[in-house]
Design a protein around this ligand. Structure first.
Ligand SMILES: Nc1ncnc2c1ncn2[C@@H]1O[C@H](COP(=O)(O)OP(=O)(O)OP(=O)(O)O)[C@@H](O)[C@H]1O
Length: 303
C-alpha cells in the first residue's frame, strides 16, 4: 500500500444541482476541515456551461495538489478528463444518483466519511480507456442498458425507480443486436443483448457486470450478455446482483488491451452514463495507470 500523502492546496469542483442535495452545509464542512488542517483551498461551482474550459484554466494557472469532484458521475467525468496523464490526483465526494466509479473504488458513500479523505488518504493510479476519443473510466455500453440510460437521460424523472421502470418497459420488446468484435487476442461475431466495455466492475445500481475486473491491471473486459430466452431474464438479473454473472451460460468475457467493436445495427452507446453518438466502428484504447485517485485509508493505516 502506498504512503499516505498530504495535500496543501486543493480545488473543489462542486456541482450545486447534483443529486438534488443542498450543498451549503457541505461547503461549511470543507472550510472547517481545511482550516483545521492548514489546507489552502478554492471552490468552483459548476454552472452547466463551459465548466470544463474554466476548470482547465484554473488548473493551469494554480499549483493544486489535488482536485476534488463533488457531484455525480458527470462531474467526476469532467474533472477526470482534465487530470488523465498528469500527476494531479482526482478526489471524489460522491453526491449523484449512481456514483458507480466511487463505489468501485471503495470511496465512502457517506459524505462526512468521504470528506475525511481531504486530510487522510492514499493515492492509487488507475487505468482509463479512450473510446473513439471519449474518456471512459468506469463502464460503457452498447445495447439494452445503453438504450435504458438514453431514455432515462431524456426523461424528466431521476432516481433508481425511474431507471427500473424504463428498463421494464424496454425489456419485453428488446431484440439483441449484431456486433463484430476484434481484440488483441480474441474475436466475436454475433448477436448480443448488451455489450459492456468495462474498466471497472459494477454499475451505480450495484449490478455487477464485471465482478473480477481490476481497475489498474492494464486490461479491460468486454462483457457480453448473449441472446437468452425472456424467461431467463430474472436469473441473469439475480446473478448481476450477486456478483456471479460469470457463472451464467449467457455471459461471455473478452479480456484485452485494445479492441475494435463494429456496431453493425448502429445500436445506442453510452460512455460512463452519458449517451453519445458514435461511428459504426468503435476503437477502444487502454491508458494504463493514467489517472491518480485519492482513496481513503483503511482504519489500521491511519495514525
Ligand atoms: N449549476 C448547474 N445548473 C444546471 N445544470 C448543471 C449545473 N452544474 C452542472 N450541471 C449539469 O449537471 C450534469 C452533471 O450532473 P452529475 O452527473 O454531476 O449529477 P447527477 O446527474 O445528479 O448524478 P448522476 O450522474 O449520478 O445521476 C451535467 O449535465 C452538467 O451540465
Amino acid at each position: 500500500m502506498e504512503e499516505p500523502t498530504t495535500h496543501r492546496h486543493i480545488l473543489f469542483v462542486i456541482n450545486p444541482i447534483a443529486g438534488d442535495i443542498d450543498k451549503e452545509e457541505l461547503e461549511e464542512d470543507i472550510e472547517d476541515i481545511c482550516l483545521e488542517h492548514g489546507i489552502e483551498y478554492e471552490i468552483y461551482k459548476t454552472t452547466g456551461d463551459r465548466d470544463k474550459e474554466i476548470i482547465k484554466e484554473r488548473i493551469q494557472q494554480r499549483q493544486y495538489d489535488a482536485v476534488y469532484a463533488i457531484g455525480g458521475d458527470g462531474t467526476v467525468s469532467i474533472v477526470a478528463s482534465l487530470l488523465i496523464g498528469s500527476a494531479l490526483p482526482l478526489g471524489i465526494i460522491p453526491l449523484g444518483s449512481g456514483n458507480g466509479l466511487s463505489k468501485d473504488l471503495g470511496i465512502p458513500q457517506d459524505t462526512e466519511e468521504a470528506l475525511r479523505m481531504i486530510y487522510s488518504h492514499t493515492i492509487k493510479s488507475i487505468d482509463t480507456l479512450e473510446i473513439n476519443g471519449h474518456i471512459s473510466i468506469h463502464l460503457s455500453d452498447l445495447g439494452f442498458n445503453a438504450l435504458v440510460v438514453k431514455n432515462f437521460c431524456e426523461g424528466g424523472r431521476r432516481g433508481p425507480g425511474a431507471y427500473a421502470w424504463i428498463a421494464m418497459q424496454e425489456y419485453l420488446g428488446y431484440e439483441p443486436k449484431s456486433y463484430k468484435i476484434e481484440t488483441d487476442n480474441d474475436t466475436f461475431e454475433g448477436k448480443a443483448f448488451m455489450v459492456t466495455i468495462a474498466n471497472a466492475n459494477a454499475f451505480g445500481s450495484n449490478a455487477n457486470i464485471n465482478p473480477n475486473g481490476v481497475i489498474n491491471d492494464g486490461q479491460f473486459e468486454i462483457c457480453l450478455i448473449e441472446p437468452f430466452p425472456k424467461a431467463a431474464g430474472i436469473g441473469i438479473l439475480y446473478k448481476l446482483y450477486t456478483d456471479s454473472i460469470d457463472d451464467s451460460v449467457y455471459s461471455r468475457r473478452l479480456s484485452c488491451k485494445r479492441a475494435t467493436i463494429y456496431n453493425l445495427d448502429n445500436e445506442v452507446v453510452h460512455v460512463d452514463g452519458e449517451p453519445v453518438q458514435m461511428e459504426q466502428r468503435i476503437d477502444v484504447q487502454m491508458h494504463t495507470q493514467s489517472l491518480n485517485v485519492v482513496l481513503p485509508l483503511f482504519d489500521d493505516e491511519e495514525e
